[in-house]
Design a protein around this ligand. Sequence first.
Ligand SMILES: *Cc1c(COP(=O)(O)O)cnc(C)c1O
Length: 357
Amino acid sequence: MTPRTRPDLDAIPGYLPGRSFPGAIKLASNETTAGPLPSVREAIAEAAAGVNRYPDNQSTALVEALADFLDVPATTVTVGCGSVALCQELVQVTCNAGDEVVFGWRSFEAYPIVTLVAGATAVRVPLTHDDVHDLDAMAAAVTDKTRLMFVCNPNNPTGTVVNPADLERFLDAIPDHIVVVLDEAYFEYTDRAIDGVEIGRTRPNVVVLRTFSKAYGLAGLRVGYAVGAPSIITSMKKVHTAFSVSSVAQSGAVASLAASDELLARTALVTAERSRLRDSLRDMGFQVPESSANFVWIPLGAQSGDFSAASTEAGVIVRAYGDDGVRVTVGDPHENDAFLEFAASAAEKFAGATASR
Ligand SMILES: *Cc1c(COP(=O)(O)O)cnc(C)c1O
């Protein structure tokens, strides 16, 4: 007899790791290219010497450092094994089986997965034609079963941000018993016109997620954080997988916060390269929406898979999303040059697909 697992999990596709090969230029995971600062490396090495002990399950030093950094009470902050773990906790603390989680689509692939794993129902609201969250349609999708909404801003994979006034209007329209998550994984690359932590000061149903994986360059260490009302934060701690934020991760994150000026200075190069990528692609005839993150989106429709395969063939790994588009992470200038060289050679065949979708 086959050991029995939940049949509803068959609806969730297994994880497919991106293709890679020696010498490939990897512009597929929105990582930063620079390694950790010496001060961060040192903190990690020091913490490594103590890993015979369990970590502080409350991550006290990190939570206090974050509260200080953001000027919020420590009771409104919690950390997780990447902010993806916090997405999961938020579904767990808001939803029973059959409850609904609303999010834009396309957006972060983790949202449907954490929703379905919890036995809740995923309600995907298509983006506008400009690849931006359709906030009116999302508000209209609310039912008496809605418990949670994810607004990914900037949106992964399209890089687009919502209009600040539209977001305020949207938040006014959502009943305040529904938790609205502003996922700001790419906040540090934006112009900061929308700052979820500020919004949350007056809106107790808003939870903000940020991460050390992107602009802070610690994707391999696994630390993210949530800021929200103490009642929600307390609930999240109840479902938290014990000790899942390691002592090494906690120390690396504290040291990174202490060096935030130096780390955030790196984002200027990324945003300059982002503009260069966008302008060059547009000059080649591709339609590329304005990005506020560390990647650009090329809405190639049904050609997405072919474009990505051809790019891989040319040595640059990018990420195709079904029949919607291709996401290209902003890398170092020479990596972006390699991608642009491929794109120029492929423009005649593919650029038209971005206009005719
Ligand atoms: C990368 C990303 C995250 C978080 O990643 P972690 O490494 O788990 O912190 C969260 N949300 C979005 C939209 C992302 O793109």
